[in-house]
Design a binder for this molecule. Sequence first.
Ligand SMILES: *Cc1c(COP(=O)(O)O)cnc(C)c1O
Length: 471
Amino acid sequence: MTDVLARLRELQQADLPTHGGSTLAYVYDSGLAEADELGRQALALYGATNGLDPTVFPSLRALENELVGWAARLLRGPDAVGTVTSGGTESVLLAVQAARDASPGITSPSMVLPSTAHAAFHKAAHYFGVRAVVVDVDPATFRAKPAEMAAACDDTTVLLVAGAPSYAHGVVDPVEEIAALAADRGIRCHVDACIGGWVLPYLRLDGVEVPAFDFTVPGVTSVSVDLHKYAYTPKGASILLHRDPGLRRAQFFASADWPGYTMLNSTLQSTKSGAPLAAAWTVVRHIGDDGYRRLARTAYDATRKLAESAGAIDGLTVIAEPATTLVALRSDERADVFTIADELVALGWFVQPQLSFRDQGPSLHLTVSAATADRLDELLDALAKATRAAQEAGPVQVQPELAQAAAALDPATLDDAAFDGLLTIAGLGDTAATGTLPARMAPVNALLDVAPPRLREALLIAFLDRLMRPS
Ligand SMILES: *Cc1c(COP(=O)(O)O)cnc(C)c1O
């Protein structure tokens, strides 16, 4: 028995650290060991429960209703109802699906998104056949432009989307204006507060001036907020809130078209573990409003200081003033951000490279957890060192012929052998075979960066296909 656990721990050695504040994407660390321990115990207690039917595990129903009530209070929807989902993506998928199915008369539905909307909306478009009409954001502020969004609406529009904040740049869209457009047209407006929904309300309580984004804004019909981000709960928990029960109805699914039990689901999953829900409830109850207020303030102050000091490092610029706890940085022509990210890895810090998009160059994304606050000086020191080292090395050069060839490739015409060749050229051939990433990702990222979006997607799918093979 101890052997298999020992093997697990051994395998985990290769993973990114989930705790300690040095990983600035993917994971969220409150720094509260007791909250983590309680979360783990709840996961263990509830691992075998099934959320398929809330009448046979009444404890799960009670936990879900309590958590949703907490979120509804936080996001100020007195009549709001909601559902606990497996994550932000599932919350977004369900918001889009409900908007689509609430307008059955529209045979070719569409939704209007700012270009900074999370990729989960494109996934929803792909899964549910809701066309994504993408509108550029303001190039100076990275916030959505309501007038352009209004112009993009037509008779097929079933949903408008705003971010609070956007993941890539950490700015809050003009929710009031976007929601007013939706109300005027009698359509839905979803506020994606997956990453900010558990931070902004607590910052407001702590005296920070917070832009309007929640159900107090007329026209906002649904809000998503992830618990496994800034509620610091174990992975697998998010909440989708609707302003009232009528708006949620189309999200629910029942099927009597088979000989088994009548299927009745509130989410994409049917059988679903009660563990993430129970763990989220436990951590939220344990940390409580006062705890979250302190955690939000800690992460926010650290983010402001990080942005200020990182922006003062020679060669780095903060892309947009952070509204919450996210910072995006770009570098000048002396260095590329991919090399800075590699240098940071060597110094024990993980930040997330963001590739070029439309007319914006590549950048670095930093999600600041409360646990990072204690180590801010260390992080800034590493960032300065990494930037200097990247400047000394100079940007990774992609051969112009290679970039040209990439631009001319139509991924739809490529076969498996061609993808094998391309992955080798991109420096991912060995990784696809062994699963171990190259020590330096900058050459890989620089090449992906010059690949047109469709080719980039196709290459990464080919990569994933090779990576995920049974051993
Ligand atoms: C994280 C995030 C999502 C997607 O959430 P997952 O939990 O990764 O599925 C959607 N929108 C925003 C703004 C996010 O930050």
